[in-house]
Design a protein around this ligand. Structure first.
Ligand code: PSV
Ligand code: MN
Ligand code: MN
Length: 429
């Protein structure tokens, strides 16, 4: 395996911080031991945590107004994999890439899987794309895709999703994520009931093509690109569709796809209660589907989501196997830096959720002791868990300070010399 960043550089940096890390880790260990927590056990759990990165997140994102490419950004899936390998090499928390088709189309998927493996990477959920027209496509998605009024367009969307399953089989994926942009911009434009009927009928054809060990993750979104109504607009529509399709259909929660101020952590608990929690697209949001970096706006909400996930894991009900993915648009940062920082923010919340004293929380809940229940959460949230993450990372061969090593490696500058420049233009949100 040939990884993109020099192992010597990582070792040199880590060596310079080794004493400080040991000191911080020991101090936190003593603090946790006072409340009966074994820091080594927490570190082992953190070492087992991972989140997938989106292939599309490796390039600079944009808005519908503009995209500002940076020199050295990737222009194809091979270069994107190389960048994802940097993220995983330094963070040791992102060993899988979630690809998007046809954006990541190649002629030989077996070879692509080997290429990824040679970089220490595997593939996560495959994402279909029926929200854009592609050059040479027979039927336009301007009328929708799985819910289009045009039968041939629905058929084309079904076939594309089935093709994605076939590609995913070759890549070693076991999940298909389906987000459709279908919806309307005007009252009366389409019939709400009939458009959902069409969606369900077409989605059932995709579902029927799933291999036994596969899942279909339905991703809802309240608005955009449709601005009046969206066919799978909320978690209610999503769970109803998943229930109608069958046990392999689950709901995927993208943190930016909800009404403002909605209680996402409660949605997580609800979906799990009915065995329908399939996965996440992590990002943060201020106004809508902003696709901002995870934990950059509302880190407390991210923690509360992970707190529900920790509860779910302890009470698995119909199974608990959520797919964790990042889905962000890096419009003003180097995408590698954003994903390094986001993966750390996500893993921190995972670690904090694991540090909640659940017995104390449940006892306070039973006793209706509101303040102590809240304090059980607050105590974990306010802990600085960074020594646990750093220790797990360094032990796995990653970097103590991921951003410092990345900058020191001058990786992006080197790629700016090697890679062809990306043209100007509107970005994809
Ligand atoms: C749609 O907003 C979305 O969140 C879906 O996950 C898409 O696949 C992704 O963004 C990429 O544009
Ligand atoms: Mn998403
Ligand atoms: Mn989105």
């Amino acid at each position: 395996m040939i990884l993109p960043i020099s192992a010597d550089l990582i070792a040199e940096h880590n060596h310079a911080h080794a004493a400080a890390l040991d000191e911080d880790y020991a101090a936190l260990g003593r603090k946790l031991a006072r409340v009966g927590i074994d820091i080594e056990a927490v570190k082992d759990r953190v070492a087992g945590f991972s989140v997938a990165v989106p292939s599309w997140g490796a390039g600079r994102g944009g808005t519908r107004f503009a995209k500002f490419p940076i020199p050295g950004e990737p222009t194809n899936i091979h270069e994107k994999l190389e960048d994802c390998a940097v993220i995983n090499q330094l963070s040791r928390v992102t060993p899988r890439v979630s690809p998007h088709f046809p954006w990541d189309k190649v002629s030989d998927y077996g070879a692509l899987r080997e290429e990824a493996a040679s970089l220490g990477l595997g593939f996560d959920a495959v994402n279909s794309n029926t929200f854009q027209d592609q050059p040479g496509q027979a039927h336009s998605y301007s009328t929708g895709s799985l819910s289009s009024t045009v039968a041939a367009t629905r058929q084309q969307a079904v076939e594309h999703n089935i093709e994605c399953i076939e590609i995913g089989r070759q890549l070693g994926s076991t999940d298909l994520t389906v987000w459709v942009g279908d919806g309307t911009n005007f009252p009366g434009q389409q019939d709400f009931a009939r458009s959902l009927d069409r969606y369900l009928e077409a989605a059932a054809q995709v579902y029927a093509a799933l291999p036994d060990d596969w899942r279909m993750l339905l991703e809802h979104k309240m608005f955009e690109p449709a601005f009046y109504s969206t066919v799978i607009s909320d978690w209610g529509s999503s769970i109803l569709a998943a229930q109608e399709l069958g046990p392999k259909a689950k709901c995927l929660v993208d943190l930016g796809h909800h009404a403002p101020n909605v209680n996402i952590e409660q949605i997580v608990a609800r979906l799990h209660r009915f065995g329908k929690l399939g996965g996440f697209h992590f990002n943060d949001s201020k106004y809508g589907d902003d696709d901002l970096d995870s934990g950059s706006i509302n880190p407390h909400q991210l923690f509360l989501v992970f707190n529900e996930l920790a509860e779910a894991e302890a009470n698995p009900r119909d199974g608990f196997r959520p797919s964790y993915m990042i889905d962000q648009s890096h419009n003003v940062t180097d995408p590698i830096e954003s994903m390094l920082s986001s993966a750390e923010a996500i893993a921190q919340c995972y670690a904090k959720a694991n540090l909640v004293d659940r017995a104390a929380l449940h006892a306070a809940q039973e006793a209706n002791d509101t303040m102590m229940a809240f304090q059980a959460l607050r105590r974990a949230y306010t802990l600085d868990v960074s020594p646990i993450l750093a220790k797990a990372r360094v032990e796995a061969g990653g970097a103590y300070d991921v951003l410092a090593v990345y900058r020191d490696s001058r990786y992006r500058d080197r790629k700016a010399q090697e890679r062809r420049a990306v043209g100007l233009g509107a970005g994809i949100v």
